[in-house]
Design a protein around this ligand. Structure first.
Ligand SMILES: [Zn+2]
Length: 271
């Protein structure tokens, strides 16, 4: 499943090329998770301003209105000056004078949704509940610490929920907690200020690293497909149950939290 870093890498791979493009038309394949919300042909004549990312949504701002794109479980975007005809798993094309943006999504949990303006209810519905953006200045230590204090969850589940900060999926939460020396089961409100600060820094660092590793392959992208970035992040704990900790050699442990696997070092993450 594309995570925040892949979505960011995807954004960077085509944002510069599509900004300023005039939309010539659009085409739909099979239904996606949510309806487009307008006639595809009505997008013709608009101009793309820029591409923003919010959580795992890409926002294609137009001179009027915007398109929200989500890659779902299996989606990928390509942006190319030449595209073959739509295949059975291609479900959205945006044709512009600079190239064609295509959503390929075999499982169709992705979505492309039109919002006629920034006050459109659909934006509030899809983006309104999202937590802080971890790669932006809005992700302040003070707000992060306050969010932990107010929570009754374990820190791992609070991070995965996306309510406080978005985009910290299982692998990134596991790695950030390892770097901060915090056990995944620790109650968020009981973590002291020094470790909270360490975790805040670790979340930013882990995600930045994942983006830059994905970004390092960016020059090879023929398309805007972000799938190459994800697993280049070399894990300290994630997926390493039983293997020796890179820091202390103790075997990495795994436990179930909610429906998810958590990995941690019992020595480096004592509490
Ligand atoms: Zn260790």
């Amino acid at each position: 499943m594309p995570e925040l870093p892949e979505v960011e890498v995807t954004r960077r791979s085509f944002s510069g090329r599509i900004s300023g493009a005039a939309v010539l038309g659009a085409a739909l394949g099979k239904p996606l998770r949510w309806p487009l919300g307008c006639e595809p042909g009505s997008l013709a004549g608009r101009r793309v301003a820029d591409v923003e990312r919010r959580g795992k949504y890409l926002l294609l701002h137009m001179d009027q209105g915007l398109l929200l794109l989500h890659l779902g479980m299996s989606g990928s975007l390509s942006f190319s000056t030449e595209l073959p005809a739509m295949g059975p798993h291609d479900h959205f094309d945006l044709h512009t004078d600079r190239g064609h943006l295509r959503l390929h999504d075999p499982r169709r949990f992705g979505a492309v949704v039109w919002a006629p303006d920034h006050g459109a209810p659909v934006l509030h519905k899809l983006l309104g509940h999202l937590g802080m953006e971890p790669l932006s200045p809005a992700f302040s230590l003070a707000r992060f610490a306050a969010g932990l204090k107010a929570s009754r969850s374990s820190i791992k589940q609070l991070l995965l929920s996306g309510r406080l900060v978005v985009g910290v999926g299982n692998i990134y939460a596991s790695e950030a907690l390892f770097r901060a020396g915090i056990r995944p089961t620790a109650l968020a409100h009981r973590i002291g200020p020094v470790r909270v600060a360490r975790l805040h820094a670790a979340i930013g660092a882990v995600l930045e690293q994942a983006v830059s590793l994905g970004g390092s392959t960016l020059r090879d992208f023929q398309s805007a497909d972000g799938s190459a970035g994800h697993f280049q992040l070399s894990a300290n704990v994630y997926g390493r149950a039983g293997a020796p900790c890179h820091t202390c050699s103790a075997p990495i442990k795994m436990l179930r939290q909610g429906q998810r696997s958590s990995f941690y070092c019992p020595v480096c993450q004592r509490s």
